[in-house]
Design a protein around this ligand. Structure first.
Ligand SMILES: [Zn+2]
Ligand SMILES: [Zn+2]
Length: 250
């Protein structure tokens, strides 16, 4: 029995050791800071305790440059919740190599590992968005958060569903998806920023139950489109804002 327990412990240890290895070929520090679960860095992003500034890298496939007004909106919203006394900056970079038009999360992760250049270093925390030309394997999805500092926007779906007659503007749809995904890496809902009041939507995982809130599940799917035609970019409701505040945010 003891031998079996020992072998089991060894196996467990080696599994943990494997998971700790970084897969980011572009990370000069070669640490595992960027390979944690969504919500793991919520407090690091919200508070000024460890990181005084935030640098966001948005890499986009040719033809999918992010909307400037949407980025401006994202920056303003983040400034109102994040304690980053040395500032929040956004840099964009084009990826010109061909990217598959339907992507799984594993493929998205590989693209990040090959291309990301902004990492957490010193007192600056780094965050990454991939803006792909394609769609997700689930066709309704507009974006996703997939690591503690990593998110993706599915450009094909966003372009098809915004900017045309009877559609929401590109700015509104992009800002909504960018900010919703960022909300997830800030620990919403109940994934890293503990709920101060129960407001989790039991039917939709880590999302808010308030249909008008940025963290309502629809904000990252095509279900949001009708709302956005006449409505404004959703903001965080009082419950979501309280969770961020309690976890080091403003
Ligand atoms: Zn979501
Ligand atoms: Zn909410």
């Amino acid at each position: 029995m003891k031998t079996i327990a020992f072998i089991a412990a060894l196996l467990l240890l080696s599994t943990i050791a494997c998971k700790k290895e970084t897969t980011f070929t572009n990370n000069p520090d070669a640490d595992d800071l960027h390979n944690k679960a969504v919500g793991f860095s919520a407090n690091q992003l919200l508070s000024a305790g460890t990181y005084k500034s935030l640098k966001i890298e948005i890499q986009y496939v040719t033809g999918y440059a992010p909307d400037a007004a949407a980025l401006n909106h994202l920056q303003n919203v983040l400034s109102s919740y994040l304690n980053k006394p040395s500032g929040i900056t956004i840099v964009t970079k084009e990826i010109s190599t061909p990217v598959p038009t339907v992507l799984s999360i594993d493929q998205v992760k590989s693209l990040e590992e090959e291309n990301r250049t902004v990492f957490t270093t010193g007192d600056q925390i780094g965050v990454y968005f991939l803006y792909t030309n394609g769609s997700f394997t689930d066709d309704k999805v507009l974006g996703a958060a997939f690591r503690n500092t990593s998110m993706v926007l599915f450009g094909k779906k966003i372009h098809e569903n915004s900017g045309g007659l009877g559609q929401p503007s590109r700015t509104k749809l992009e800002a909504t998806v960018l900010e919703h995904e960022f909300g997830h890496i800030l620990g919403l809902v109940d994934i890293g920023s503990p709920m101060q009041t129960n407001h989790k939507d039991p039917a939709h995982g880590n999302h808010c139950s308030n249909t008008n809130c940025l963290m309502y599940y629809a904000a990252e799917t095509t279900d949001i489109l009708g709302f956005l035609v006449t409505g404004n970019i959703p903001s965080l409701d009082a419950n979501c804002a309280a969770d961020l505040q309690a976890n080091g945010g403003k």
